[in-house]
Design a protein around this ligand. Structure first.
Ligand code: IMP
Ligand code: MG
Length: 170
């Protein structure tokens, strides 16, 4: 893994995730939150976020993918749906990175049809310069420039998800 350069180290990333968790805790005081993680990339971020939100938190997961290619096409397929009803609940979708925004705008509209009380988005990373649809997260740890990043859940051909930091391939 010597060709991976560190973009955001573990300490900086986890401090920022704790800040986000505190903000969420404050915004949702007294409410029960459902965190819906998008597999697989969000798992590390979701775990760190959840352990720092000191409220009642339920966890659920979805697995979605775009049909073909390395770039998100806007054609999103649901491989695994959430397990429990979110009717009347306060939902936060948890994502690893927002690139074009296609995946999340689809998931957002899909989950809104299930009559939750509210739906917001928390993302670990965002590449605003790559956006193709008008979509912003409610909670973002870091905005980054247009680099392909790996680690802390993010992969390149299923590798590097277990790196404890955000890196980029030289
Ligand atoms: P979007 O639909 O274009 O916003 O694509 C978002 C998805 O593409 C993310 O959930 C990631 O799975 C993947 N992705 C986008 N950029 C990167 C990257 O730099 N590294 C790893 N995966 C990425
Ligand atoms: Mg993803």
């Amino acid at each position: 893994m010597s060709n991976i350069k560190v973009l955001i180290d573990k300490k900086k990333l986890e401090e920022r995730i704790e800040e986000l968790a505190n903000q969420i805790k404050h915004d949702y005081e007294g409410k029960q939150i459902v965190l819906i993680g998008l597999l697989k990339g969000s798992v590390m971020f979701l775990a760190k976020l959840a352990e720092n939100i000191e409220c009642d938190v339920e966890l659920d997961f979805m697995d979605v993918s775009s049909y073909e290619g390395t770039e998100s096409t806007g054609n999103v397929k649901i491989n695994k749906d959430i397990r429990d009803s979110i009717e009347g609940k306060d939902v936060i979708i948890v994502e690893d990175i927002i690139d074009t925004g296609n995946t999340l705008s689809y998931v957002l509209e899909y989950l809104k049809q299930k009559s939750p009380n509210s739906v917001k988005i928390a993302t670990m990373l965002s590449k605003p310069s790559r956006r193709k649809v008008d979509l912003e997260a409610d909670y973002t740890c870091f905005e980054i420039e247009d680099k392909f990043v790996v680690g802390y859940g993010l992969d390149y051909n299923e590798k590097y998800r277990n790196l404890p930091y955000i890196g980029y391939i030289e």
